[in-house]
Write a protein that binds this ligand. Structure first.
Ligand SMILES: NC(=O)c1ccc[n+]([C@@H]2O[C@H](COP(=O)([O-])OP(=O)(O)OC[C@H]3O[C@@H](n4cnc5c(N)ncnc54)[C@H](O)[C@@H]3O)[C@@H](O)[C@H]2O)c1
Length: 391
């Protein structure tokens, strides 16, 4: 089998952990041979630090790679996918697949803009992406790490082997904002907590029902309806800022909740937000007709450490988004493993080498994105039920 030459798009946080994981893949020959990003300083620094050739833009990079690993902000995902599909190159795309990024006007504010219009445009984008990827036949891996978290994969095995029927699920991803400077601006991120964080547990819920359906009936069980609410807690006039929680959001929600109904009538709920201190808080709970599982994604409970003096741990990485090094901490010994990043990249590379579909595929990405924008329409109607338009 020939070597897979990977070009990373985006030299930020996701670009860095993708690179680490790509360099630890086994069973397939993989080399990161290119990087590009919007700003010359960041792409040059990334290339220098990791010894990777740098290209000024996507078009000049594409001929030199077999796979485009898209780790740019959400507004730039579709452009990369279409270019790669056109050139017949394999694709990995970070979450969320795509979204609605404004009407081009400086005065655009996502939180007050029409959500029906957003859903309409997002559906056009999703159909365009689906058609480009499917007609070109290129590999597509949706970089949704929740699917690959060891705890979620254990639950998939339990559901499949015990023939379980999942009756209800509860999932969450919350923490204290994002490290990305453009998070908080709808025209770059495509929304707030629902799209930026809620997409993780929502995809996990959709994945588990897909797997249940495939195991029991040979076809996935898909979402049909959503109800949602969102709030802007850090922008409430009554909010008392203690400077511990990130607050610089322009026009996004910082809390969201989605209730989902699946086509077999079973349900799921996800909660997400930017106002949770104490490190990344990610879990999925499954209540089935024959078992119950709590999937810990972060923290995992693997390491509890107590530090009476902050400066002692100044060089110790504890857990993503920990705001202090003092006191008790639930440390992450290896986030690439516990969060699923390593298994995700491994599955993508093995799938390419073996010519099969990955666990997190285009269908999952399409359902998740359509459901989130249907949820924004529901939020605009103060929680009324909205059908999920399936692509
Ligand atoms: N799975 C996860 O847990 C996880 C974690 C972090 C980020 N992400 C996702 O990864 C993506 C990037 O997030 P991040 O935190 O690394 O952001 P970031 O802002 O840290 O980095 C983004 C990089 O993309 C570059 N960029 C911006 N516009 C571009 C364009 N048009 N073309 C090419 N490059 C461009 C920027 O210069 C920067 O180097 C987002 O989709 C985000 O949702 C996923």
């Amino acid at each position: 089998m020939r070597k897979i030459r990977v070009g990373i798009v985006g030299a930020g946080m996701a670009g860095r952990f993708h690179l680490q994981c790509l360099r630890r893949v086994y069973g397939a020959e993989v080399e990161v041979t290119a990087v590009t990003s919007l700003r010359a300083e960041s792409r040059d620094a990334f290339g220098r630090e990791h010894g990777i050739p740098v290209y000024p833009d996507l078009s000049s990079m594409v001929p030199h790679v077999d796979l485009l690993d898209i780790c740019s902000p959400p507004y730039a995902h579709e452009q990369g996918i279409l270019l790669a599909a056109e050139a017949g190159k394999a694709i990995i795309c970070e979450k969320p697949l795509t979204g609605y990024f404004g009407d081009g006007r400086e005065t655009f504010r996502g939180n007050t803009a029409s959500k029906e219009r957003m859903l309409e445009e997002v559906l056009i984008r999703l159909r365009r992406i689906a058609s480009a990827v499917r007609s070109s036949g290129v590999f597509f891996g949706y970089a949704e790490n929740f699917i690959y978290a060891p705890s979620i994969q254990k639950e998939r095995e339990i559901v499949e082997k015990s023939g379980a029927q999942i009756l209800r699920m509860l999932g969450e991803e919350s923490h204290n904002g994002s490290a990305s400077p453009v998070y908080g601006i709808w025209k770059f991120a495509g929304g707030g907590s629902l799209i930026g964080k809620g997409c993780h547990p929502l995809s996990a819920l959709f994945y588990l029902k897909r797997m249940e359906g495939s195991a029991r009936w040979g076809k996935p069980i898909r979402p049909t309806r959503v109800s949602a609410r969102t709030h802007e807690l850090t922008r409430l006039p009554a909010y008392q800022d203690r400077k511990l929680i990130r607050t610089d959001y322009l026009d996004i929600e910082d809390y969201g909740w989605i209730h989902v109904e699946f086509e077999d009538g079973t349900i799921g709920d996800i909660v997400t937000g930017e106002v949770v201190l104490g490190g990344i808080y990610d879990y999925v709970e499954v209540f089935a007709n024959n078992h119950r599982t709590r999937c810990q994604i972060s923290p995992t409970g693997l390491v509890d450490t107590y530090n009476p003096r902050g400066e002692q741990f100044k060089d110790v990485y504890l857990i993503e988004k920990a705001s202090t090094q003092e006191g008790w901490a639930q440390a992450a010994p290896d986030e690439n493993f516990t969060m699923g990043y390593q298994a995700e990249v491994q599955d993508f590379m093995s799938s390419i080498a073996q010519g099969r579909k990955p666990q997190a595929d285009l269908d999952l990405a399409l359902d998740t994105t359509a459901a989130i924008y249907a949820a924004y329409v529901s939020q605009e109607r103060r929680g009324a039920e909205v059908a999920v338009p399936l692509i």
